[in-house]
Design a binder for this molecule. Structure first.
Ligand code: SF4
Ligand code: SF4
Length: 417
Protein backbone atom coordinates (compact mmCIF):
# COMPACT_ATOMS: atom_id res chain seq x y z
CA UNK A 1 0.00 0.00 0.00
CA UNK A 2 1.42 3.39 -1.00
CA UNK A 3 2.11 6.20 1.49
CA UNK A 4 -0.74 8.21 0.00
CA UNK A 5 -3.16 5.28 0.41
CA UNK A 6 -2.09 4.77 4.00
CA UNK A 7 -2.75 8.40 4.80
CA UNK A 8 -6.18 8.19 3.13
CA UNK A 9 -6.89 5.15 5.27
CA UNK A 10 -5.95 6.98 8.42
CA UNK A 11 -8.44 9.69 7.55
CA UNK A 12 -11.14 7.10 6.93
CA UNK A 13 -10.39 5.52 10.29
CA UNK A 14 -10.74 8.88 12.04
CA UNK A 15 -14.08 9.42 10.37
CA UNK A 16 -15.25 5.96 11.35
CA UNK A 17 -14.28 6.51 14.94
CA UNK A 18 -16.29 9.68 14.89
CA UNK A 19 -19.24 7.84 13.37
CA UNK A 20 -19.17 5.14 16.04
CA UNK A 21 -18.77 7.69 18.82
CA UNK A 22 -21.82 9.55 17.57
CA UNK A 23 -23.85 6.38 17.34
CA UNK A 24 -22.86 5.27 20.82
CA UNK A 25 -23.76 8.65 22.20
CA UNK A 26 -27.23 8.05 20.84
CA UNK A 27 -27.24 11.29 18.94
CA UNK A 28 -30.24 12.01 16.80
CA UNK A 29 -30.78 10.60 13.36
CA UNK A 30 -30.16 14.10 12.06
CA UNK A 31 -26.62 14.25 13.40
CA UNK A 32 -25.79 10.87 11.88
CA UNK A 33 -27.13 12.11 8.58
CA UNK A 34 -25.17 15.33 8.78
CA UNK A 35 -22.10 13.25 9.53
CA UNK A 36 -22.31 11.85 6.02
CA UNK A 37 -22.40 15.28 4.49
CA UNK A 38 -19.78 17.01 6.62
CA UNK A 39 -17.35 14.37 7.78
CA UNK A 40 -13.73 15.34 7.43
CA UNK A 41 -12.89 13.45 4.26
CA UNK A 42 -15.71 15.07 2.37
CA UNK A 43 -14.55 18.60 3.01
CA UNK A 44 -12.78 18.53 -0.32
CA UNK A 45 -14.78 15.86 -2.07
CA UNK A 46 -18.43 16.49 -2.62
CA UNK A 47 -20.31 13.17 -2.47
CA UNK A 48 -22.34 12.16 -5.49
CA UNK A 49 -25.93 11.80 -4.40
CA UNK A 50 -28.62 9.58 -5.92
CA UNK A 51 -32.19 9.92 -4.70
CA UNK A 52 -34.92 7.28 -4.91
CA UNK A 53 -38.52 7.04 -3.83
CA UNK A 54 -39.67 3.62 -2.64
CA UNK A 55 -43.22 3.04 -1.36
CA UNK A 56 -43.52 6.76 -0.60
CA UNK A 57 -40.21 6.83 1.32
CA UNK A 58 -37.29 8.95 0.19
CA UNK A 59 -33.87 7.28 0.04
CA UNK A 60 -30.46 8.90 -0.52
CA UNK A 61 -27.22 7.22 -1.51
CA UNK A 62 -23.97 9.19 -1.20
CA UNK A 63 -20.80 8.06 -2.92
CA UNK A 64 -17.23 9.27 -2.60
CA UNK A 65 -14.08 7.31 -3.50
CA UNK A 66 -13.87 6.44 0.22
CA UNK A 67 -17.33 5.47 1.32
CA UNK A 68 -20.92 4.76 0.42
CA UNK A 69 -23.65 5.95 2.69
CA UNK A 70 -27.32 5.02 2.32
CA UNK A 71 -30.14 6.43 4.37
CA UNK A 72 -33.89 6.74 4.33
CA UNK A 73 -35.53 10.03 5.29
CA UNK A 74 -38.81 8.55 6.45
CA UNK A 75 -37.67 5.75 8.69
CA UNK A 76 -34.49 4.85 10.48
CA UNK A 77 -32.18 3.10 8.07
CA UNK A 78 -28.52 4.05 7.79
CA UNK A 79 -25.79 2.03 6.18
CA UNK A 80 -22.18 3.18 6.09
CA UNK A 81 -19.63 1.26 4.04
CA UNK A 82 -15.96 2.19 3.86
CA UNK A 83 -14.61 1.44 0.37
CA UNK A 84 -11.09 1.56 1.80
CA UNK A 85 -11.27 -0.67 4.87
CA UNK A 86 -14.46 -2.66 4.22
CA UNK A 87 -15.91 -1.48 7.53
CA UNK A 88 -19.71 -1.70 7.38
CA UNK A 89 -22.14 -0.31 9.90
CA UNK A 90 -25.88 -0.64 9.55
CA UNK A 91 -27.99 1.04 12.19
CA UNK A 92 -31.44 2.39 12.79
CA UNK A 93 -31.66 5.36 15.22
CA UNK A 94 -28.37 4.57 16.89
CA UNK A 95 -25.97 1.68 17.24
CA UNK A 96 -27.73 0.28 20.31
CA UNK A 97 -31.21 0.14 18.84
CA UNK A 98 -32.67 -2.85 17.03
CA UNK A 99 -31.27 -3.36 13.51
CA UNK A 100 -33.44 -2.28 10.62
CA UNK A 101 -35.42 -5.26 9.28
CA UNK A 102 -34.25 -4.93 5.70
CA UNK A 103 -33.12 -2.45 3.07
CA UNK A 104 -36.28 -1.40 1.30
CA UNK A 105 -34.26 0.22 -1.49
CA UNK A 106 -32.42 -2.88 -2.70
CA UNK A 107 -29.56 -5.26 -1.96
CA UNK A 108 -26.28 -4.00 -0.55
CA UNK A 109 -24.45 -7.23 -1.32
CA UNK A 110 -24.95 -9.27 -4.48
CA UNK A 111 -23.84 -12.85 -4.91
CA UNK A 112 -23.52 -13.05 -8.70
CA UNK A 113 -22.56 -16.23 -10.53
CA UNK A 114 -20.65 -15.69 -13.77
CA UNK A 115 -19.59 -19.29 -14.55
CA UNK A 116 -20.90 -22.82 -14.24
CA UNK A 117 -18.37 -25.67 -14.60
CA UNK A 118 -14.92 -25.08 -16.14
CA UNK A 119 -13.31 -25.63 -12.71
CA UNK A 120 -9.57 -26.07 -12.34
CA UNK A 121 -9.05 -29.41 -10.61
CA UNK A 122 -7.10 -29.61 -7.37
CA UNK A 123 -4.78 -32.65 -7.32
CA UNK A 124 -6.54 -33.88 -10.51
CA UNK A 125 -9.93 -34.02 -8.76
CA UNK A 126 -13.09 -31.92 -8.62
CA UNK A 127 -13.74 -30.54 -5.13
CA UNK A 128 -15.37 -33.09 -2.87
CA UNK A 129 -18.02 -30.92 -1.21
CA UNK A 130 -18.99 -28.68 -4.15
CA UNK A 131 -22.58 -27.69 -3.36
CA UNK A 132 -22.96 -26.45 -6.93
CA UNK A 133 -22.07 -29.84 -8.39
CA UNK A 134 -19.62 -28.07 -10.70
CA UNK A 135 -16.85 -29.97 -12.45
CA UNK A 136 -14.07 -29.40 -14.99
CA UNK A 137 -16.53 -29.99 -17.85
CA UNK A 138 -16.75 -27.14 -20.42
CA UNK A 139 -17.97 -23.89 -18.86
CA UNK A 140 -21.15 -21.87 -19.34
CA UNK A 141 -20.28 -18.19 -18.79
CA UNK A 142 -22.36 -15.08 -18.23
CA UNK A 143 -21.62 -12.57 -21.03
CA UNK A 144 -20.32 -9.11 -20.22
CA UNK A 145 -23.49 -7.60 -21.75
CA UNK A 146 -25.74 -9.59 -19.40
CA UNK A 147 -23.52 -8.70 -16.45
CA UNK A 148 -23.62 -5.00 -17.36
CA UNK A 149 -27.40 -5.09 -17.73
CA UNK A 150 -27.79 -6.61 -14.26
CA UNK A 151 -25.39 -4.12 -12.62
CA UNK A 152 -27.01 -1.18 -14.39
CA UNK A 153 -30.44 -2.04 -13.01
CA UNK A 154 -29.25 -2.21 -9.39
CA UNK A 155 -29.98 0.68 -7.00
CA UNK A 156 -26.81 2.51 -5.92
CA UNK A 157 -27.02 1.13 -2.37
CA UNK A 158 -25.27 -1.96 -3.74
CA UNK A 159 -21.72 -1.73 -2.41
CA UNK A 160 -20.30 -5.19 -2.99
CA UNK A 161 -20.49 -7.98 -5.56
CA UNK A 162 -19.26 -11.42 -4.54
CA UNK A 163 -18.46 -13.08 -7.85
CA UNK A 164 -19.42 -16.72 -8.09
CA UNK A 165 -16.62 -17.99 -10.28
CA UNK A 166 -15.44 -21.55 -10.79
CA UNK A 167 -11.86 -20.87 -11.88
CA UNK A 168 -10.37 -17.37 -12.09
CA UNK A 169 -9.64 -17.95 -15.79
CA UNK A 170 -12.98 -19.57 -16.64
CA UNK A 171 -14.90 -16.45 -17.66
CA UNK A 172 -12.60 -14.38 -19.91
CA UNK A 173 -14.60 -11.23 -19.07
CA UNK A 174 -14.00 -11.55 -15.31
CA UNK A 175 -11.33 -8.78 -15.06
CA UNK A 176 -13.49 -6.47 -17.21
CA UNK A 177 -16.47 -7.17 -14.94
CA UNK A 178 -14.47 -6.33 -11.80
CA UNK A 179 -13.28 -3.08 -13.41
CA UNK A 180 -16.89 -2.23 -14.29
CA UNK A 181 -17.85 -2.73 -10.64
CA UNK A 182 -15.18 -0.27 -9.45
CA UNK A 183 -16.30 2.25 -12.07
CA UNK A 184 -19.82 1.99 -10.62
CA UNK A 185 -18.92 2.37 -6.91
CA UNK A 186 -19.19 -1.35 -6.21
CA UNK A 187 -16.34 -3.27 -4.60
CA UNK A 188 -15.76 -6.74 -6.06
CA UNK A 189 -14.64 -9.82 -4.16
CA UNK A 190 -14.46 -13.52 -4.88
CA UNK A 191 -13.41 -16.94 -3.55
CA UNK A 192 -10.84 -19.09 -5.35
CA UNK A 193 -8.85 -22.26 -4.88
CA UNK A 194 -5.68 -20.74 -6.33
CA UNK A 195 -5.15 -23.61 -8.78
CA UNK A 196 -5.33 -21.40 -11.89
CA UNK A 197 -4.17 -18.04 -10.46
CA UNK A 198 -1.53 -16.56 -12.79
CA UNK A 199 0.44 -13.37 -12.19
CA UNK A 200 -1.83 -11.18 -14.36
CA UNK A 201 -4.98 -12.23 -12.50
CA UNK A 202 -3.19 -11.84 -9.17
CA UNK A 203 -2.26 -8.24 -10.03
CA UNK A 204 -5.70 -7.38 -11.40
CA UNK A 205 -7.41 -8.84 -8.33
CA UNK A 206 -5.16 -6.89 -5.96
CA UNK A 207 -5.86 -3.72 -7.91
CA UNK A 208 -9.63 -4.13 -8.09
CA UNK A 209 -10.89 -6.30 -5.22
CA UNK A 210 -11.69 -5.26 -1.68
CA UNK A 211 -11.21 -8.80 -0.43
CA UNK A 212 -10.52 -12.32 -1.59
CA UNK A 213 -11.10 -15.64 0.12
CA UNK A 214 -9.08 -18.76 -0.56
CA UNK A 215 -10.76 -22.14 -0.09
CA UNK A 216 -8.76 -24.59 1.99
CA UNK A 217 -9.17 -28.24 0.97
CA UNK A 218 -7.91 -31.17 3.01
CA UNK A 219 -6.08 -32.74 0.08
CA UNK A 220 -4.04 -29.60 -0.70
CA UNK A 221 -3.90 -27.10 2.15
CA UNK A 222 -0.48 -25.90 0.89
CA UNK A 223 -2.12 -24.54 -2.27
CA UNK A 224 -4.35 -22.40 -0.05
CA UNK A 225 -1.46 -21.18 2.14
CA UNK A 226 0.68 -20.32 -0.92
CA UNK A 227 -2.18 -18.48 -2.58
CA UNK A 228 -2.79 -16.42 0.57
CA UNK A 229 0.92 -15.55 0.69
CA UNK A 230 0.94 -14.54 -2.99
CA UNK A 231 -1.94 -12.12 -2.37
CA UNK A 232 -0.22 -10.88 0.77
CA UNK A 233 3.04 -10.22 -1.12
CA UNK A 234 1.08 -8.12 -3.61
CA UNK A 235 0.87 -5.70 -0.69
CA UNK A 236 -2.41 -4.09 -1.52
CA UNK A 237 -5.28 -6.19 -0.21
CA UNK A 238 -6.37 -5.73 3.39
CA UNK A 239 -8.72 -8.69 3.56
CA UNK A 240 -7.31 -12.05 2.58
CA UNK A 241 -9.48 -14.67 4.22
CA UNK A 242 -9.56 -18.44 4.21
CA UNK A 243 -12.81 -20.34 3.61
CA UNK A 244 -13.13 -23.74 5.18
CA UNK A 245 -16.13 -26.07 5.18
CA UNK A 246 -17.51 -26.75 8.65
CA UNK A 247 -18.84 -30.28 8.97
CA UNK A 248 -18.85 -32.94 11.68
CA UNK A 249 -17.37 -35.49 9.27
CA UNK A 250 -14.31 -36.97 10.97
CA UNK A 251 -11.87 -36.23 8.15
CA UNK A 252 -13.04 -32.64 7.78
CA UNK A 253 -12.87 -31.96 11.53
CA UNK A 254 -9.30 -33.32 11.55
CA UNK A 255 -8.48 -30.97 8.67
CA UNK A 256 -9.99 -27.97 10.49
CA UNK A 257 -7.90 -28.64 13.60
CA UNK A 258 -4.72 -29.12 11.51
CA UNK A 259 -5.32 -25.78 9.82
CA UNK A 260 -6.07 -23.98 13.10
CA UNK A 261 -2.82 -25.37 14.52
CA UNK A 262 -0.91 -24.19 11.41
CA UNK A 263 -2.40 -20.70 11.81
CA UNK A 264 -1.43 -20.64 15.47
CA UNK A 265 2.13 -21.64 14.53
CA UNK A 266 2.38 -18.80 11.99
CA UNK A 267 2.42 -21.08 8.94
CA UNK A 268 -0.27 -19.11 7.07
CA UNK A 269 1.38 -15.83 6.16
CA UNK A 270 -0.92 -12.93 5.32
CA UNK A 271 -4.18 -14.42 6.60
CA UNK A 272 -6.74 -12.03 8.04
CA UNK A 273 -9.54 -14.37 9.13
CA UNK A 274 -10.46 -18.02 8.89
CA UNK A 275 -14.13 -18.18 7.89
CA UNK A 276 -16.14 -21.33 8.61
CA UNK A 277 -18.82 -22.14 6.03
CA UNK A 278 -21.42 -24.48 7.44
CA UNK A 279 -22.03 -27.47 5.20
CA UNK A 280 -25.41 -27.56 3.48
CA UNK A 281 -26.77 -30.86 2.14
CA UNK A 282 -26.71 -29.71 -1.48
CA UNK A 283 -24.87 -30.86 -4.64
CA UNK A 284 -21.96 -33.20 -3.89
CA UNK A 285 -22.46 -32.56 -0.16
CA UNK A 286 -26.09 -33.72 -0.30
CA UNK A 287 -25.43 -36.89 1.71
CA UNK A 288 -23.65 -35.06 4.52
CA UNK A 289 -25.28 -34.26 7.80
CA UNK A 290 -25.43 -30.49 8.16
CA UNK A 291 -25.95 -30.61 11.93
CA UNK A 292 -23.08 -28.98 13.79
CA UNK A 293 -22.85 -29.59 17.55
CA UNK A 294 -22.77 -26.55 19.77
CA UNK A 295 -19.70 -28.10 21.44
CA UNK A 296 -17.86 -27.95 18.10
CA UNK A 297 -18.61 -24.24 17.79
CA UNK A 298 -17.48 -23.70 21.36
CA UNK A 299 -14.19 -25.56 20.90
CA UNK A 300 -13.38 -23.63 17.72
CA UNK A 301 -14.31 -20.27 19.26
CA UNK A 302 -12.29 -20.98 22.41
CA UNK A 303 -9.22 -21.93 20.37
CA UNK A 304 -9.51 -18.81 18.19
CA UNK A 305 -9.93 -16.51 21.21
CA UNK A 306 -7.06 -18.11 23.14
CA UNK A 307 -4.69 -17.97 20.19
CA UNK A 308 -5.75 -14.57 18.81
CA UNK A 309 -6.89 -16.05 15.51
CA UNK A 310 -9.22 -13.83 13.46
CA UNK A 311 -12.36 -15.80 12.64
CA UNK A 312 -15.76 -15.55 11.01
CA UNK A 313 -18.75 -17.76 10.22
CA UNK A 314 -21.25 -17.60 7.39
CA UNK A 315 -24.57 -16.10 8.39
CA UNK A 316 -26.19 -19.57 8.27
CA UNK A 317 -24.30 -20.31 11.52
CA UNK A 318 -25.42 -17.09 13.22
CA UNK A 319 -28.13 -18.44 15.58
CA UNK A 320 -25.85 -21.24 16.90
CA UNK A 321 -22.74 -19.06 17.17
CA UNK A 322 -24.78 -16.43 19.02
CA UNK A 323 -26.08 -19.05 21.47
CA UNK A 324 -22.57 -20.32 22.16
CA UNK A 325 -21.10 -16.83 22.55
CA UNK A 326 -23.85 -15.98 25.01
CA UNK A 327 -23.05 -19.11 27.04
CA UNK A 328 -19.38 -18.18 26.92
CA UNK A 329 -20.21 -14.71 28.31
CA UNK A 330 -19.08 -12.92 25.17
CA UNK A 331 -22.28 -10.89 24.97
CA UNK A 332 -20.34 -7.84 23.76
CA UNK A 333 -19.77 -9.56 20.40
CA UNK A 334 -23.43 -10.40 19.77
CA UNK A 335 -24.25 -7.05 18.19
CA UNK A 336 -21.70 -7.77 15.44
CA UNK A 337 -23.39 -11.00 14.45
CA UNK A 338 -25.56 -10.78 11.39
CA UNK A 339 -28.13 -13.53 10.88
CA UNK A 340 -29.22 -14.64 7.41
CA UNK A 341 -29.30 -11.49 5.31
CA UNK A 342 -30.78 -13.08 2.15
CA UNK A 343 -33.41 -10.77 0.59
CA UNK A 344 -32.92 -8.34 3.50
CA UNK A 345 -29.60 -6.85 2.45
CA UNK A 346 -28.22 -9.49 0.09
CA UNK A 347 -29.42 -11.20 -3.05
CA UNK A 348 -28.36 -14.07 -5.29
CA UNK A 349 -28.42 -14.13 -9.10
CA UNK A 350 -27.32 -17.17 -11.06
CA UNK A 351 -25.37 -17.38 -14.30
CA UNK A 352 -28.59 -17.06 -16.35
CA UNK A 353 -29.81 -13.98 -14.49
CA UNK A 354 -32.38 -15.86 -12.34
CA UNK A 355 -32.70 -14.56 -8.76
CA UNK A 356 -33.26 -16.44 -5.50
CA UNK A 357 -32.58 -15.53 -1.85
CA UNK A 358 -29.22 -17.32 -1.60
CA UNK A 359 -27.06 -19.73 -3.56
CA UNK A 360 -28.28 -22.72 -1.51
CA UNK A 361 -31.92 -22.07 -2.48
CA UNK A 362 -31.43 -21.92 -6.22
CA UNK A 363 -32.41 -25.53 -6.92
CA UNK A 364 -35.41 -25.55 -4.51
CA UNK A 365 -38.70 -26.02 -6.39
CA UNK A 366 -40.24 -22.86 -4.98
CA UNK A 367 -37.47 -20.75 -6.56
CA UNK A 368 -37.20 -22.75 -9.77
CA UNK A 369 -40.97 -22.22 -10.23
CA UNK A 370 -40.76 -18.51 -9.32
CA UNK A 371 -38.22 -18.06 -12.17
CA UNK A 372 -37.50 -14.41 -11.35
CA UNK A 373 -35.46 -13.17 -14.31
CA UNK A 374 -33.44 -10.02 -13.54
CA UNK A 375 -32.24 -9.66 -17.15
CA UNK A 376 -35.80 -8.71 -18.13
CA UNK A 377 -35.71 -5.53 -16.01
CA UNK A 378 -35.99 -2.33 -18.01
CA UNK A 379 -34.32 -0.09 -15.45
CA UNK A 380 -33.61 0.40 -11.76
CA UNK A 381 -37.19 1.35 -10.84
CA UNK A 382 -38.39 -1.81 -12.53
CA UNK A 383 -35.87 -3.81 -10.45
CA UNK A 384 -36.99 -2.20 -7.17
CA UNK A 385 -40.69 -2.62 -7.92
CA UNK A 386 -40.87 -5.96 -9.65
CA UNK A 387 -37.85 -7.90 -8.42
CA UNK A 388 -36.82 -6.64 -4.97
CA UNK A 389 -40.46 -6.09 -3.96
CA UNK A 390 -41.76 -9.14 -5.76
CA UNK A 391 -44.24 -10.86 -3.37
CA UNK A 392 -42.15 -14.07 -3.41
CA UNK A 393 -39.24 -12.23 -1.77
CA UNK A 394 -41.51 -10.33 0.64
CA UNK A 395 -42.85 -13.68 1.82
CA UNK A 396 -39.30 -14.90 2.40
CA UNK A 397 -38.00 -11.81 4.17
CA UNK A 398 -40.82 -11.52 6.66
CA UNK A 399 -40.77 -14.97 8.25
CA UNK A 400 -43.67 -16.40 10.17
CA UNK A 401 -43.26 -16.87 13.93
CA UNK A 402 -42.03 -20.45 13.53
CA UNK A 403 -39.05 -19.23 11.61
CA UNK A 404 -37.84 -16.76 14.16
CA UNK A 405 -35.36 -17.38 16.89
CA UNK A 406 -37.15 -15.44 19.63
CA UNK A 407 -34.27 -15.28 22.04
CA UNK A 408 -31.83 -13.89 19.49
CA UNK A 409 -34.47 -12.11 17.44
CA UNK A 410 -33.15 -13.54 14.21
CA UNK A 411 -34.41 -15.54 11.31
CA UNK A 412 -34.05 -19.32 11.32
CA UNK A 413 -33.32 -20.88 7.94
CA UNK A 414 -36.43 -22.25 6.19
CA UNK A 415 -34.55 -24.92 4.31
CA UNK A 416 -31.70 -26.32 6.36
CA UNK A 417 -30.78 -26.73 10.04
S1 SF4 B 1 -15.95 -25.71 -5.09
FE1 SF4 B 1 -15.56 -24.16 -6.70
S2 SF4 B 1 -13.74 -24.88 -7.79
FE2 SF4 B 1 -14.52 -26.60 -6.56
S3 SF4 B 1 -15.80 -27.78 -7.97
FE3 SF4 B 1 -17.14 -26.34 -6.89
S4 SF4 B 1 -17.23 -24.47 -8.16
FE4 SF4 B 1 -15.51 -25.73 -8.87
S1 SF4 C 1 -31.56 -19.01 3.52
FE1 SF4 C 1 -30.58 -20.54 4.85
S2 SF4 C 1 -28.92 -21.41 3.60
FE2 SF4 C 1 -29.52 -19.46 2.64
S3 SF4 C 1 -28.09 -17.95 3.54
FE3 SF4 C 1 -29.99 -17.95 4.77
S4 SF4 C 1 -29.55 -19.36 6.47
FE4 SF4 C 1 -28.04 -19.77 4.85
Amino acid sequence: MSKEERSKMKKVDEVLEDFIRRCNNEESVKSVVSFSAYCSITKHIKPRETVYEVNGNKWHVFDTPFYKYTYCENHSYHCFFSKVTGFTCRISDNINSKDPAYCELGPEILDLVISVNGCPTVGGKNCRFCYKNNTNKPATNMSFETFKKIVDTMPKCLYSIAFGITGVQTNPDFPKMMAYCRKNDIIPNYTLSGADLDEDMLRESCRLCGAVAVSCYSDNKELCYNTIKRFHDCNNLMHINMHIVLSEEEEQLKHIWNVLKDIKEGKVVGLRNIVFLRIKPVGRASKLNCKIHLDTYEEILTYCFENHIGFGFDSCSAPDVAKVLKDMNHEEILKYIEPCESTRTSFYINCHGIASPCSFCEHIKEWVDANVDVTKCIDCNDFIKNIWHNPVFDKFRFPCENNQDKELECFKCYYYF
